[in-house]
Design a protein around this ligand. Structure first.
Ligand code: AWU
Length: 463
């Protein structure tokens, strides 16, 4: 099948951190002449590129609703999508049969059930992992080995993963809540387990990562899955020119934020942002702003718009005190993160270690300060600090509060010019740019993946 006859259904989980990278990957597929139909919900339509290339199509699916606020949000959304999107996609695909039938489904790792949908459509399902290979290796190992925690240490119990490279060890509270929170063996726990096992059974997995960053984990994944259909095609993020908007429209004028950064010395600014979904408590925010003040560093502090009363707000007086001295720039809402990180004046990035932010920090060559909060973020922080030596540990947890003085010292260290982290940051930036450059490993792996999809027949022999 020629590339132009290859038709991929790209199906993201409808949350910014998952939609953004799959949209970026879709652009790379389109540039190779692949037909792509984006299965997207109305709330995420604004994220679509304005200039639609002729080989990009969309199928708008109902917005997941979950009336019961007490239900787990992820379970509710994925259940809604399985119940309400599945039949619509089946009918749509059957209507497409004579036109350009789908060649594959490329769907987020939260949507394991699409492996069953792909079987109904007689096409292969590829898992799209918006997280890295280390993180997914930990998750797959968890749901295969089902470690227990009957120890008195409770959340501080240590869980080791001897079958993973470097035999990492985590505390129980650092593992994904999807595994540790629901009652073991209960409906929610089984829901997550089924989802992961369906991912493991799928035809292949596509990582927004690159060989020089996670080679040992990518090789481990191939060994565990017993096939080679593991492709590292990232970082998929746009390099230049940077899009005006990405994932949302900035709540500050580009002119103002760039004006502030232009006025700063090279590498002198620490950028602070905790992704699209994470909020600090009031106490954490108090300590963070205190540390920024003590550090004496220039900073850009991006705090999402608080969605609930328990979300920490910047202490009153802070902006006046610090803003007056012109050291700080506060963004309440959506920050133009890629542009900020790419500015010559930004030297450090205090992040919750969401994988998109990790990759954006690496491509920008900044030294990261890690403050993981949950999900895959503890694994990402371990990779950055302990294995790659490209980041400084700053804090951890949604509740714990670091010492302001200690945090200030770590901010200063992260802004240091000739630290070992700075050297590693430059090395990994160059490695990331090589991977996505002409003839780079990520380009080659994406070409290989497209070739595999082009060779898959429709007789259903690939599921
Ligand atoms: P990011 O992955 O950094 O964080 P989350 O939004 O928390 O998304 C998974 O995505 C992670 O591995 C999970 O740990 C979970 C989730 N952004 C921006 O442009 N402006 C803002 O003000 C805030 C965010 C962008 C940012 C990045 C994305 C956030 C894959 O963390 O540049 O691309 O939004 O994704």
């Amino acid at each position: 099948m020629s590339t132009a006859e290859t038709h991929v259904l790209a199906y993201p989980f409808p949350s910014s951190g998952h939609v953004i990278p799959l949209l970026d990957l879709t652009k790379a597929l389109l540039s190779r002449g692949v037909q792509v139909t984006l299965l997207i919900t109305p709330n995420n339509q604004p994220l679509l590129p304005t200039n639609f290339p002729p080989n990009l199509h969309t199928l708008i699916l109902p917005e997941p609703l979950f009336p019961n606020p007490n239900q787990n949000r992820l379970v509710a959304i994925v259940t809604f999508m399985r119940q309400h999107h599945y039949p619509i996609i089946l009918d749509w695909a059957q209507a497409q049969a004579q036109a350009t039938p789908p060649s594959a489904i490329l769907s987020d790792f939260f949507l394991g059930w699409t492996h069953l949908l792909a079987r109904d459509l007689h096409v292969p399902r590829l898992v799209f992992s918006p997280s890295g290979a280390f993180a997914l290796s930990v998750v797959y190992s968890l749901w295969r080995d089902l470690p227990r925690n009957d120890t008195p240490q409770g959340p501080n119990a240590v869980v080791s993963f001897p079958n993973l490279p470097n035999s990492p060890v985590f505390h129980w509270h650092q593992l994904t809540l999807q595994f540790t929170k629901p009652e073991r063996g209960g409906p929610e726990w089984e829901f997550h387990r089924e989802n992961i096992l369906l991912n493991i059974d799928s035809h292949g997995v596509v990582f927004n990562s690159f060989n020089d960053l996670e080679r040992v984990y990518l090789d481990h994944m191939k060994k565990e899955l017993r096939h080679e259909r593991v492709w590292a095609v990232g970082p998929v993020l746009p390099l230049s020119p940077l899009p005006e908007e990405r994932g949302g429209s900035s709540t500050v004028s580009r002119h103002d934020i760039m004006g502030f950064l232009d006025s700063r010395e090279d590498g002198s600014v620490v950028y602070v942002c905790f992704g699209s979904r994470t909020f600090l408590t009031s106490h954490q925010m108090e300590v963070l702003t205190r540390a920024l003040e003590l550090s004496g560093a220039s900073f850009v502090l991006s705090v999402g718009v608080a969605k609930a009363k328990e979300h920490g707000k910047v202490p009153c007086g802070f902006v006046d005190r610090v803003g007056v001295r012109g050291r700080g720039f506060l963004i309440e809402g959506w920050a133009p993160q890629l542009e900020i990180l790419g500015h010559r004046s930004v030297g450090a990035f205090l992040t919750h270690c969401g994988w998109n932010s990790v990759l954006e920090g690496l491509v920008s060559g900044v030294v990261m300060l890690t403050w993981p909060m949950g999900a895959d973020q503890y694994t990402n922080a371990k990779l950055l600090v302990e294995e790659l030596g490209v980041a400084v540990g700053a804090a951890e947890g949604e509740e714990k509060v670091p010492e302001a003085e200690e945090l200030a010292k770590r901010i200063e260290r992260a802004l240091g010019r000739s630290t070992k982290e700075r050297v590693r940051a430059e090395e990994l930036r160059n490695a990331a740019l090589r991977a996505v450059g002409e003839g780079g490993s990520s380009q080659k792996e994406l070409d290989a993946m497209v070739k595999v999809l082009g060779e898959v027949k429709h007789e259903g022999d690939a599921t």
